[in-house]
Design a protein around this ligand. Structure first.
Ligand code: NDP
Ligand code: 2IT
Length: 448
């Protein structure tokens, strides 16, 4: 592709800042990828093009809409809904929906951009997208949540489809919300198809989709640890969050013989000295999923300490941030390294600030970015689409085997493009490997 300008990291970052000066999270996500990809692209003939990056950093389409709904008390409410259809070079747009009061275009564009590279790494035919609303589900009744989901889908349904755009869950959107949205889509379109993933098991959901992000994260971590000549048994682990990703990461880590010392929510964290047991995790899951309780209430359920804030001051070998973006800053990273941290893998999307990630890499910590580490969720979503299209259902062993294989392939790609002497720079490897597949497809399709 011929360009007006010379390709440099500065020229592309300038463009991003100029286009959307206030979108800080999007700028952060773009720079994390481009810092590795642009030097690589400049060393080639094929990708050394400003125009390619001008397109790669601009969403193909963004839909923003009003979501009107009514509370149980009859109060009329209005939220803002979005779908960011970022890149369809590799397949239909694919990515989750987030319901959280902080949701805005910057956050959804960062997530959709990340998703484009993550989906590329899975090797499945999936483009990148993300959506959601600034709706806060906390404290809302079941009927209010259902009403919101139905109203949200009443607009969204005309923009999605099983060969166009296939949303799934993310923060604040679990199987209950997906069920309500699926029901509304079915009524409006009069079709029963795999337009959403993470569906209930009885109506087309894949076995292991709820577990997939956390299990995939631990399969990747196991491979990284073994590659470094270390072992998982008795390794101490810090987990943040106590939602879908945190719970299933904890489950698999316990199964692998690790000692998970912490879990958290947005108020504080629990610390369990000898490591969380299976029974204790079951109590946490019941508290969070059924009772919608706070992590602080765990002190009434089993022997643990509760502290306000984040768990990053606790000593451990492995950290798995599984809550939200920018939950771990440079100060936290320094403290973790001083306390003997060796590995960090992002279960959440961009939980480390850019300075935290740079500090970890500079200090020889094996740091795995979310686009590689948490790709298990969207991978099993891709497998759910396959099962829906074939109108069959695979057993859990089959899905688990496919998931392990995909995580293995992602690790291989990171190693191929990220080998750095004795060490592996996973951030670099994931960015370059994810980029090549998307860029090749964009160029082959005429740069669109
Ligand atoms: P859930 O809604 O199930 O859980 C979110 C967890 O993060 C809760 O413990 C929540 O605490 C905490 N949290 C949310 N916002 C904040 C905040 N501002 N500060 C501190 N803690 C916060 O979401 P998921 O587990 O599905 O998602 C967690 C992360 O994993 C997100 O970054 C998501 O994008 C990413 N992800 C999810 C995938 C999936 O398949 N679900 C796949 C790949 C990545 P509280 O209850 O107090 O809000
Ligand atoms: O960030 C993510 O990869 C997800 N929230 C899952 C996306 C999906 O389509 O399953």
């Amino acid at each position: 592709m011929k360009s007006e300008k010379e390709l440099t990291l500065e020229s592309v970052m300038d463009l991003i800042r100029k286009r959307d000066p206030h979108q800080e999270e999007f700028r952060q996500a773009a720079s994390e990828v481009l810092q590795w990809v642009i030097p690589f692209a400049k060393s080639t003939d094929k990708y050394n093009s400003y125009a390619l990056f001008e397109r790669l950093t601009e969403a193909e389409r963004i839909i923003q809409f009003r979501v009107p709904w009514v509370t149980d008390d009859g109060i009329s409410m209005t939220n803002r809904g979005y779908r960011v259809q970022f890149n369809s070079a590799l397949g239909p747009y694919k990515g989750g929906l987030r319901f959280h009061p902080d949701v805005n275009l910057s956050i959804l564009k960062f997530l959709a951009f990340e998703q484009t590279f993550k989906n590329s790494l899975t090797g499945l035919p999936l483009g990148g997208g993300k959506g959601g609303a600034d709706f806060n589900p906390k404290g809302r009744s079941n009927s209010e949540i259902m009403g919101f989901c139905q109203s949200f889908m009443t607009e969204l349904h005309r923009h999605i489809g099983p060969a166009t755009d296939i949303p799934a869950g993310d923060i604040g959107v679990g199987s209950a919300e997906i069920g309500y949205m699926f029901g509304q889509y079915k009524r409006l379109s009069n079709t029963f198809n795999g337009v959403l993933t993470g569906k209930g098991n009885s109506f087309g959901g894949s076995l292991l989709r709820p577990e997939a992000t956390g299990f995939g994260l631990l399969y990747f971590v196991e491979e990284m640890i073994n590659t470094a000549g270390d072992q998982t048994k008795d390794m101490t682990v810090l987990i943040s969050g106590s939602g879908n990703v945190a719970q299933h990461s904890c489950m698999k880590a316990i199964e692998m013989g690790m000692k998970v010392l912490t879990m958290s929510d947005s108020d504080g964290y629990i610390y369990v000295k000898g490591g969380i047991t299976e029974e204790q995790l079951e109590s946490v899951m019941e508290l969070k999923n059924e009772k919608k309780g706070r992590i602080s209430e765990c002190t009434d359920l089993f022997d643990c300490e509760y502290h306000e804030g984040t768990p990053w001051s606790v000593e451990a070998t492995l950290a798995l941030p599984c809550a939200t973006q920018n939950e771990l800053n440079e100060k936290d990273a320094k403290r973790l390294v001083d306390n003997g941290l060796k590995y960090l893998a992002e279960g959440a999307n961009m939980p480390c600030t850019d300075k935290a990630a740079a500090y970890l890499i500079e200090n020889g910590i094996r740091f795995v970015p979310g686009k590689a580490a948490n790709a298990g969720g969207v991978s099993v979503s891709g497998l759910e689409m396959t099962q829906n299209a074939m109108r069959i259902k695979w057993d859990a062993d089959r899905v688990d085997k496919e998931l392990r294989n995909i995580m293995h392939q992602i690790h291989e790609q990171c190693t191929t493009y990220g080998q750095d002497g004795e060490n592996i720079n996973y951030e670099k490897g994931a960015a370059i490997a994810g980029f090549i597949t998307v860029a090749d497809a964009m160029i082959a399709q005429g740069g669109v």
